[in-house]
Design a protein around this ligand. Sequence first.
Ligand SMILES: Cc1cc2nc3c(=O)[nH]c(=O)nc-3n(C[C@H](O)[C@H](O)[C@H](O)COP(=O)(O)OP(=O)(O)OC[C@H]3O[C@@H](n4cnc5c(N)ncnc54)[C@H](O)[C@@H]3O)c2cc1C
Length: 420
Amino acid sequence: MKTSDVIIVGAGPAGSTCAASLKKSGFTVQLLDKQVFPRVKPCAGWVTPQVIEALGMDVSDYRRSNTWQPITGFRTGMIGGPMVDTDYHEAVSFGIRRIEFDEYLLKQSGVLCNHSPVRKIERANGQWVINESFIAPVVIGAGGHFCPISRYVRGNRDLRGSAAKSDAELDLPPPLVVYAKEVEFEMSSRQRCRNHIDPEKPELYFCRDLKGYGWCFRKGNFLNIGLGRIDKTDLSSHVQEFCDFVTSQRKRVDSLPPHFLGHAYQLYAETIPPLFDEGVLLIGDAAGLAYAQSGEGIRPAVESAMIAADVIANANGDYGHDSLSAYRTRLLDRLGPPKPYQTVNWLPVSWLETIAARLMVTRWFAQSVVVDNWFLHRQQAALIPFQESTRECVDCRFDREQARLTPAHLESTGKTKGRH
Ligand SMILES: Cc1cc2nc3c(=O)[nH]c(=O)nc-3n(C[C@H](O)[C@H](O)[C@H](O)COP(=O)(O)OP(=O)(O)OC[C@H]3O[C@@H](n4cnc5c(N)ncnc54)[C@H](O)[C@@H]3O)c2cc1C
């Protein structure tokens, strides 16, 4: 039996960020993943600058041996319709390959990952026992959409002993899940000449029924094409139609490999997902935190991981329900309450589709609403690492209690990293 302070299930961006943060705070961590890294993860591989800042990534070190694609604009529109170019003339996002990015974050965390698919979860005497091998008083579910810890918390039992009520019993709307398929491949020199996707400008094509979007994203010599929808009905035909559309456009995409990978993830919309219980916290996709409009999931995965690690560091060994409820409070403070996926639901669908198609081709809507607001989340600054904020605030002679205020408070009082 291996005993540690914390067990983290899943070594994606959420798990490795949380592991790194806990290690810095002096905790012993067992990190478990069912896959061996480097591992493939279906993802377009677009990250916002706030992620890089929150992680404190050394970009020059990263790009020495990994694909790093600055993005200076976007092309947006409806599938089959005219496209609008939004240019910033500076990098507003980056393209990475998840096979490289996730391995890099894991190495940077300094925590070894045990190759151990979680199959058995037990709880006895206030301790978690995973796979009859790993034991700890607190466990973090970071295993993505199909995380076994998340299923344990959500599904079958309330860890305090009373019967848990299902969402249907509580009259909650069903979770909003994106079903997506994508392919990423290295282009041959012939394909590079024939595929005219600007690497600095990913292309986003919204579905006419507004239930999702497709993308063409070139990262250096790699091309990533995919489509995600909040409705899994006929997903393959939607993906096929989208591919037919992009390959039919002369000079855009020449040909595509046939093997698309599929995956799913939950959006943070409509309802607050279960986030914690006695001795357990859920982070990243395991909690279902991806941004509703863009589907960006890496940023909320990293931010929820940082908050979870800080809550554990401040729990003084008390991992009871009341103590860990601070995670929910702080996460909601950061993300805001979940909003309805479609704010305008009183208009007939056909009207909505027509209005959306018209708006999408206006420059103002494409830049201010679609790119700045939905995709770049420019309105919210990066979350600064809590260890760092504590250090900085000590330097500035603010007391420790104040330094533990939520980032929203830090921002409102002007005590953010940039202003120190
Ligand atoms: C097609 C597609 C495109 C996307 N594009 C983007 C994008 O461009 N930008 C963006 O920000 N987000 C994107 N997302 C969302 C993003 O990929 C996720 O939100 C993000 O990966 C969440 O990170 P995570 O660490 O929570 O989970 P994951 O990255 O899924 O990591 C979970 C880890 O848990 C492990 N695991 C699972 N089950 C077990 C088990 N039983 N035992 C042990 N380990 C287990 C897995 O092997 C995995 O390594 C996309 C998603 C999809 C599906």
